[in-house]
Structure formats: structure tokens, C-alpha cells
Design a protein around this ligand. Structure first.
Ligand code: ZN
Length: 292
């Protein structure tokens, strides 16, 4: 089967054609400009390759309610030209099943289908980069609801010695959210240098782990994941993993029995391909549900 996958991001659009096993046979990247300039190239690329199904993992927020008139739309994004854009409907003329979910849910699904969470039915995938997003799988289903989880905006307690106000415009003092305090822009904003330039500054990563472990503690007690995957640009700083494991175990404080932290809090297994492979899986699931 020729399966199309689109990983729609704020700066680039990754398009791929793969198969039922998640193998990617061809891929191309287009810069994310406006729908009018970017989408025709993407449509033509998929049309030429005669794909039989398409999966889209997309930056949000999105309307994922299949009963809604705006199902398949990007909704209130700060990227003005994409606001209210019907990205699923754009592919109607291909007349194929189109699966659709958030970029982080797609990443969660990719790791669950072919990566480091394939042996568990409940997991979460956290991307820590320009923003913080969380994809959530509960008993083999991606979690949706009122909209979709926005768990990067979970509130965290600010460290006593940290006077950084955070980068999130929605959650300001006296409340602080995880994305505001621990995303890549928050690290750069607080310390005045990029993550790579701060690599050998232990206080930077101790503070980063302070915030991320609070979030993990909250995800563990509410979502009960069997494994937690931490990806995204900030998590390329591998020294964070032991710090986050240690602080998370300390916060849980024995209340929930945890697996061996080395196998419970892990890096992704699919490199940077979990999003595009997850989009392939979204297409496959849509094909199986037989609801084009
Ligand atoms: Zn926030």
C-alpha cells in the first residue's frame, strides 16, 4: 500500500510516502509559508505518487471532533494565515481516507507503533522544544476530549531562586506553566544563551529537570502511563535524563509503584522520525475504520 504522511509544522512541512510497516520510501520538505503558497505543492506531490491513504500530524490547535463542521481545521493558531484553514478538506479531491491528529499525538503513535513504547498500551510522548507538547495514548487510543490535551501548559511551582517570568503569554505570575518555564525559548530567555552553549552549566539542567519532573509527576498520577518518552530539541541534552528520573522518583516519593526509571523515562527510539511515522499509522488506522 502506498501511504502518504504529512507532518505539518510551524516552520516546515515534511511529506513522505511509506508502507504498512512504517518504512519511509520517499520524503520531501517544503517550508511552511501560507496555505495558498505551500499547499498546492504538497497536494501535487502526493497526487503524483498516487497514494491510497493519507495521515496528517499537524501543529495546533485543531478541531478533532468528527461531528463538528470544522473537523479537520487548524483553529486559533497564532500563525494568522493558517487560522481556520481546512487542512483535511484540502485533500478531498484525492478521494482517499485521511487520518488527522496533533503533531505530538502522531509522535506518540509513531513510537507506540514502531518505537520504544510498542510493548505497552498506555504511554505519553513529551516534546520539549520551541514549545512543549504532550501526546497521550490510553489503552491503545490517542486521547482527545474537549479539544485535545494541551499538557505543556500544566502549572508548575517556580523554583525559589528563579525569578524568570516565563515565556507563555497566557500563564503569568503568580502562576507559571511548564512551557513558559522550561521550553527552549525559556532556557534561552532565562540564561541569555542557547542550550548548546549552556551544555556544561549544571545549574541550567538541574533547574530544567526541576520543572520537567513536576510535570512528569502530575502526568504519572493523572494518566498512569506505563512509559514516558521525552523528545524534542531540548532533550538532545542527554544529561537531563538521569536528573529527571531522579527528581521524578523523589517527587512520587513511593506513592505510586514505578518501574525501573531507566526503562520508564526514556528517549525516543525513532530518532526524529516518530512524527512522520505516526502520520503513516494515522492513515492506516483511518483506512481500517473505513471512514474516508
Ligand atoms: Zn502556558
Amino acid at each position: 500500500m502506498r501511504i502518504g504522511a504529512l507532518e505539518a509544522g510551524g516552520t516546515k512541512m515534511v511529506c513522505a510516502v511509506g508502507d504498512e510497516n512504517g518504512k519511509i520510501n520517499e520524503r520531501v520538505t517544503f517550508p511552511t509559508k501560507t496555505p495558498a503558497t505551500t499547499m498546492p505543492d504538497i497536494f501535487a506531490w502526493f497526487q503524483e505518487r498516487e497514494i491510497e491513504a493519507l495521515g496528517i500530524g499537524c501543529f495546533g490547535p485543531l478541531d478533532l471532533n468528527k461531528k463538528s463542521l470544522k473537523y479537520g481545521h487548524i483553529t486559533s493558531t497564532p500563525k494568522v494565515s493558517w487560522r481556520d484553514f481546512d487542512i483535511v478538506g484540502y485533500f478531498n479531491d484525492l478521494d482517499i481516507p485521511v487520518g488527522f491528529d496533533t503533531d505530538v499525538n502522531a509522535s506518540c503513535l509513531g513510537e507506540a507503533a514502531w518505537g520504544c513504547t510498542k510493548d505497552v498500551d498506555s504511554s505519553i510522548y513529551i516534546t520539549v522544544g520551541t514549545g512543549i507538547g504532550v501526546g497521550i495514548m490510553v489503552e491503545n487510543r490517542l486521547l482527545h476530549g474537549l479539544t485535545h490535551p494541551e499538557a505543556g501548559h500544566i502549572l508548575v511551582s517556580r523554583a525559589p531562586n528563579d525569578d524568570y517570568p516565563g515565556v507563555c503569554p497566557y500563564h503569568r505570575e503568580p502562576f507559571f506553566c511548564l512551557e513558559g518555564m522550561a521550553s527552549g525559548p525559556a532556557i534561552t530567555g532565562r540564561w541569555g544563551l542557547s542550550g548548546d552553549e549552556l551544555k556544561n552549566r549544571p545549574e541550567v539542567w538541574g533547574l530544567e529537570a526541576f520543572y520537567l519532573s513536576q510535570a512528569l509527576m502530575n502526568y504519572i498520577v493523572t494518566l498512569s502511563p506505563k512509559r514516558i518518552v521525552l523528545g524534542g530539541g531540548v532533550m538532545k541534552q542527554k544529561q537531563l535524563f538521569p536528573l529527571i528520573r531522579e527528581k521524578t522518583v523523589a517527587l512520587i516519593n513511593g506513592y505510586v509503584p514505578l518501574p525501573d526509571p531507566e526503562f520508564f523515562i526514556v528517549p525516543p527510539a525513532l530518532g526524529d522520525d516518530q512524527g512522520i511515522m505516526g502520520a503513516i499509522k494515522l492513515a492506516l488506522i483511518q483506512t481500517q475504520t473505513n471512514l474516508p
